[in-house]
Each structure stands twice: as structure tokens, then as C-alpha cells.
Write a protein that binds this ligand. Structure first.
Ligand code: ZN
Length: 249
């Protein structure tokens, strides 16, 4: 499998998966390539094969891959000695070193968090709705409840849709400008249409939580621009997903 490493600091393994070698005659299968997401229409056998491959790469049993069913909520699950229900969940936090936290995205922002000093990690799925509703502060708060300190957290944002690809309505841009500041929006010179930069929204929110800008890594890759990545805008929502993983080592 091919991965894009994320710089989330010491003591963790953190990466996002690429589609990889695509065995797809004619290029018409939107699930071809590496996909561990179980609820966007892929064949369950293919998802199970990919999960075994992922677990093997990380060095955990498949049952220690914690993969929530995401719903664009702001719900954070704490993975303690017992793994909680991860239905209707968009972020995970843990102190455990034997589980891998995973989110699935295709244009939304996959975000990993690591406080190596206090041994607390997290992962969040930040779509526009989750970012607007506060999934980032909810995740940082859940980490601090486990003993993390915001100033010690490092954050990495994985491949997601870039501002140039994220065309939105005037009304949407207005709501985001009002909540997050005018500089998260821009008007495309060619089309005259508004765009929102969700990475900028996320970085601003992470800083508001008390994480310094120097501790935030942002991957360059855009899911919509780069055909090696799954993209809901390019391929439709019935498609595979980028898996983003963090695990303590
Ligand atoms: Zn792009």
C-alpha cells in the first residue's frame, strides 16, 4: 500500500492512504484501490482485505483498528480499556498504544493530534459541518480530559480539498466569513464564484485551542486535484475513502 506520511511529532505513526495500484478495467470502479471504509457502498470482502493489509502494516490485530461510522457530527469517542460504540462518531481519542485510530475522508479534512509528553492521541474528521460545529475544540477538550495539554499537542492535517477546488454558494461563504473571518473566503478570478479554504478554517480553530502555528503540519496534497486520492467531488459520494491513521509507537 502507498501512504502519505504526516508529521505529527514524536512517538506516533501517522499517515494517510493513497489509492495505490488500481486494478480497474476502464477506470470506472470508484472503489478500486485501497479502501477500508465500510459504509459508502464498497464490497465488504474488498474492505476486509484492505483492513487486513492496513493492520499488518501497522502491526496490530484487525480488531484494534478503530474505525468509526462518521456522520458529520461533533461526537468524540474515548477509546479506553473498553472500546466504546463508534457509530455516529467523527473523532476518537485515546491513551492506548495498542490501537490505531482511523478516520475516512474524501475531500473532508482528516486531522491527527498528538501530545507525546502526556501520551494522548486523537483523530478527527472535519467536513464543513463538523468544522462549523466545533469538532476540533471538542477533540482537543476530550484529549485534555485524558491529561493532554493544548500547548503540547502537535496536529497534522492530511490530504483534503484545497481552497481552489472548494467552490461554494454566496450564502455558505457568508456564514463561514462571519464565523471564521473574511480571509477564509476568496472569489475565484476566472469564475467569479466564492471559494472557502477549509484548511485555513481548521488551522485557525486549532490555534484558538492553544496549539501554536509552528506545531501544525498541513499536507499539500489536494484530494480533488490529485487522482491518486479518493475525492467525493471528483468521483461521487459512492466511492472509496482516504484512511488517515494515528497510533502510538
Ligand atoms: Zn484542489
Amino acid at each position: 500500500m502507498e501512504v502519505l506520511e504526516l508529521d505529527a511529532g514524536d512517538g506516533v505513526l501517522a499517515f494517510s492512504t493513497m489509492r495505490g495500484i488500481i486494478q480497474d478495467e476502464g477506470g470506472s470502479n470508484p472503489y478500486a484501490g485501497f479502501n477500508v471504509c465500510h459504509y459508502t457502498g464498497d464490497d465488504t470482502g474488498h474492505v476486509a482485505d484492505c483492513r487486513r493489509e492496513l493492520a499488518c502494516r501497522i502491526g496490530v490485530p484487525v480488531c484494534n483498528l478503530i474505525i468509526p461510522r462518521q456522520t458529520h457530527s461533533s461526537n468524540v469517542a474515548v477509546v479506553g480499556d473498553i472500546v466504546p460504540c463508534v457509530e455516529d462518531t467523527d473523532a476518537l481519542v485515546t491513551c492506548r498504544d495498542d490501537v490505531a485510530l482511523v478516520v475516512n475522508t474524501a475531500d473532508c479534512l482528516p486531522i491527527v493530534f498528538n501530545d507525546s509528553r502526556h501520551g494522548v492521541i486523537g483523530v478527527a474528521h472535519g467536513g464543513w459541518r463538523g468544522l462549523y460545529d466545533g469538532i476540533i475544540p471538542a477533540t482537543v477538550e476530550a484529549m485534555t480530559e485524558l491529561g493532554a495539554a493544548a500547548a503540547d499537542i502537535r496536529v497534522a492535517i492530511g490530504p483534503c480539498i484545497c481552497g481552489g477546488c472548494y467552490e461554494v454558494s454566496e450564502e455558505f461563504a457568508g456564514r463561514f466569513a462571519e464565523r471564521f473571518g473574511a480571509d477564509v473566503c476568496a472569489v475565484d478570478a476566472a469564475s467569479g464564484k466564492p471559494h472557502v479554504d477549509l484548511r485555513r478554517v481548521a488551522v485557525g480553530q486549532i490555534e484558538c485551542c492553544g496549539v501554536g502555528r509552528g506545531r501544525i503540519f498541513v499536507a499539500d496534497a489536494c484530494s480533488r486535484c490529485d487522482e491518486r486520492l479518493f475525492s467525493a467531488r471528483r468521483m461521487g459520494v459512492g466511492s472509496g475513502r482516504i484512511a488517515t491513521v494515528i497510533k502510538k509507537i
